[in-house]
Design a protein around this ligand. Structure first.
Ligand code: DGJ
Length: 736
């Protein structure tokens, strides 16, 4: 039970109120972070509801009375503020939980039983709340993990079948929240291949607005489980009340925003229940994925920095560590390479100055060589014609050339033209009676099957066994799930409706095994662009590929949006030949994250090469601030003809500002006003200087000027952007 002595920032407030003919004990549970509080309270019938979400009060005892000042007491309306809304009993609105009990009954009610808090280190507290149906033995446990300093709450639930027989779950949400405000503005994202993270902001009206995916594997190709929600009015960068939320799940998800009859907002987030009824046998427990959120009353900038700090410290693999710069051969060669060409590229990588060479798609398959994207996936043996001496030889040659060696895999997928498909058709997700339907000419392996899990683990394990010096893995996943059917589930007599869920669980099992054996190897989460990124997958990956669209102008917009939710250290930005924009612009854009190259180094002119070599050297000096510092979105390209972002070191002694022209229109093409910097120390003096200057060009900002932090944050600095200076990077160093 709850022990006050181990409690960190949580108090149970218990008081009694007079009910019609009995005394009911009212329990109040404040779940607090440094700035905010989510307050739960039982009602006279012992059901637990959310009575407050927002800025925390200094007197915790005042939480107890909040609900008395709200008059949501239409007896015929639903109870809409439940912490976990069941269905089939009193509830008439969107449920968080829909069960079919072992006896076939479809009604559930949930009452508060107990709760306890467990301190997990100085900053982290885990609160468990047990709810039970008065009629059925099934138990629901709600988990709220608070990260105090970062103002982040991670929330999930477990459902334990204590009934004598199977319990069917039709809906099993991770989180059910309730927000009270005058209006709600939802900013969400949509897109497709090469055009990820297109934002839309909309005022929520009565009814339900749903964000969801039914794609199976790379679930967020069309829509990510990531959003921001402003209260009262749309939040700006530094003003307004805003919640950032995201579901940590790499499969189908559903997030409902329901405006109730009191004009308040209910949020229900979790695995998409579409075609996913899940059956629990007696004594089995199901754990939902985490819903992660942070709230700020000082705008989107603060919320994003909360997320970044949390992600670096608690979530992303090696989030506070280092990363490798690299030269990738995908856009330089596509499938057209052989040993000699590659060893030439190693030398190019060295000449350029990156840490590593990354060999992309096309190195495998013999009976069905992977010479284009129609064949070979699944046959992970070196192609003897292209690579007669195998990967081992390449690793050695790369080492000789002075760079590390990394490799691309897509182990969850199979080409119909492959030996794997020929030998193990039953490992493939397909409907035997229907014609196959392909996504990028390939199919998905059935990760619900433990044999397939072994096989996928084996793909990486074999590579590492044979080549212990392998330094990096790019893990791709291009196809979605069509014709969802698992031969394995059928054989096991398990429902096919488990497929979407057990696929993702199978993937996590494989990743767990990989990380148990290879805890440190950096891995890029890639999915034909940003089709798969979430905070569960990022437990196993050090970084992710935002989009195949590497046109720098497009990337400014994509990176602008992704960087609200994910820190720069996790964003893989490559300089490619996708666009003909000058190398300086491309480099400056790629620098705002983890920089890499996908170019033919030999095609660079002398000046371009010199610029790139110098930029890589400069990046070594800047990367600490970019990867581990605080990020500020200074000028929004969706609203202005320029974009500007800034990174500030934790000690506030170093900063870098990136600014870009995002229009061709002469009239709009210069920065008439200075750009105000943020996050500096007003009392410090700073030297400001332009960097990344293209060889043989001049800049009036190239000479160091000294300003106070106060000046830079109040008046600002003008980067002097023009049609001739379309990207300008300023370095800001404390003058000591
Ligand atoms: C999709 C990825 O996004 C690309 O970078 C590249 O790795 C290709 N797949 C290879 O097929």
């Amino acid at each position: 039970m709850f022990q006050p002595s181990i409690v960190h920032k949580i108090k149970i407030l218990v008081f009694s109120i007079l009910c019609s003919n009995s005394f009911a004990q009212i329990i109040t549970i404040p779940i607090e972070t440094k700035q905010n509080a989510l307050v739960l309270q039982t009602d006279a019938e012992n059901r637990l509801g959310i009575v407050y979400f927002g800025k925390k009060l200094s007197k915790t005892s005042e939480y107890t009375g909040i609900w008395n000042d709200h008059k949501y007491n239409d007896v015929n309306a639903a109870i809409s503020h439940s912490v976990y809304t069941p269905s089939g009993s009193w509830n008439m609105i969107e449920p968080a939980l829909t069960l079919i009990h072992a006896d076939g009954n479809t009604s559930t009610d949930l009452k508060y039983v107990s709760h306890k808090a467990e301190k997990q280190g100085e900053n982290v507290l885990l609160i468990r709340i047990l709810l039970k149906d008065p009629v059925y033995a099934t138990e629901i446990m709600l988990f709220y993990k608070t990260y105090f300093a970062e103002n982040v709450i991670e929330q999930w639930s477990t459902i334990k079948n204590n009934e004598k027989g199977n319990l069917k779950m039709n809906k099993y949400a991770s989180a059910n929240l309730y927000f009270i405000a005058n209006n709600f503005y939802l900013k969400h994202y949509h897109g497709g291949w090469g055009r990820e993270m297109k934002p839309e902001e909309t005022k929520l009206t009565a009814g339900i607005k749903t964000l969801d995916s039914k794609l199976g594997t790379r679930a967020n190709l069309f829509q990510p489980p990531t959003f921001s929600l402003s209260f009262d009015k749309p939040a700006t960068e530094n003003e307004g009340k805003v919640l950032f939320g995201t579901l940590a799940w790499s499969g189908n998800f559903k997030i409902d925003f329901e405006k109730d009859s009191y004009y308040n907002l209910r949020l229900i987030a979790g695995i998409n229940s579409h075609a996913s009824e899940y059956v629990l046998s007696n004594n089995q427990t199901f754990k939902t994925p985490s819903f992660i959120y942070t709230y700020s009353e000082n705008g989107k900038g603060e919320a994003s920095r909360n997320m970044h700090q949390w992600a670096r410290k608690y979530r992303i693999l090696d989030g506070e560590g280092s990363r490798l710069t690299l030269l990738n051969n995908w856009e330089a060669t596509y499938f057209d390479f052989e040993e000699q060409k590659l060893t030439g590229l190693f030398k190019d990588a060295k000449k350029l100055g990156v840490d590593m060479f990354l060999l992309d798609d096309g190195w495998f398959g013999n009976k069905y060589p992977r010479n284009d994207d129609h064949a070979g996936l699944g046959d992970w043996q070196e192609n003897r014609k292209k690579l007669p001496n195998g990967i081992g030889y390449l690793v050695k040659e790369a080492t000789k050339a002075g760079v590390k060696f990394g490799i691309w895999v897509e182990p969850e997928m199979v080409s119909p033209k492959s030996e794997l498909y020929e030998n193990h058709k039953d490992w493939v997700i397909r409907q035997p009676e229907r014609p196959e339907h392909y996504f990028r000419n390939q199919l998905v392996l059935d990760l619900t099957n433990p044999e397939v899990q072994d096989y996928v683990f084996g793909v990486l394990d074999n590579l590492f066994n044979k080549n212990p010096e392998l330094a990096f893995i790019k893990w791709d996943a291009n196809a979605t799930i069509f014709n969802a059917h698992s031969a394995y589930l059928q054989k096991q007599n398990l429902p096919q409706t488990h497929l979407y869920v057990d696929y993702v669980k199978g993937l996590y099992k494989v990743l767990e095994r990989i990380r148990a054996k290879y805890p440190k190897i950096p891995m890029m989460l890639c999915s034909g662009g940003g089709g798969r990124v979430d905070y569960e997958a990022l437990k196993y990956f050090t970084e992710f590929w935002l989009s195949d669209d590497t046109d720098p102008l497009e990337r400014i917009f994509i990176q602008w949006e992704d960087s609200y939710f994910f820190p720069a250290i996790s964003l893989c930005n490559h300089i490619t030949d996708w666009s003909k924009v000058g190398i300086k612009y491309r480099t400056d854009v790629a620098m705002m994250g983890k920089m890499g190259y996908d170019i033919v180094v030999n095609n660079l002119s002398e000046k371009e090469l010199l610029f790139s070599q110098n930029a890589l050297k400069k990046y070594v000096e800047l990367k600490g601030t970019i990867w581990h510092g605080e990020m500020y979105h200074l000028v929004n390209p969706w609203e202005n003809p320029i974009a500007a972002m800034q990174f500030v070191s934790q000690q506030k002694d170093h900063a870098v500002m990136f600014s870009y022209l995002t229009t061709n229109r002469f009239e709009l093409s210069f920065t008439s006003k200075p750009i105000k910097l943020e996050g500096l120390d007003a009392n410090k003096q700073y030297k400001v200087k332009e960097i990344n200057i293209y060889p043989d060009t001049e800049s009036i900002l190239a000479k160091e000027c000294i300003y106070s932090g106060e000046y830079l944050m109040t008046i600002g600095v003008n980067p002097d952007i023009t049609l001739k200076r379309t990207s300008v990077v300023l370095e800001i160093n404390e003058a000591k």
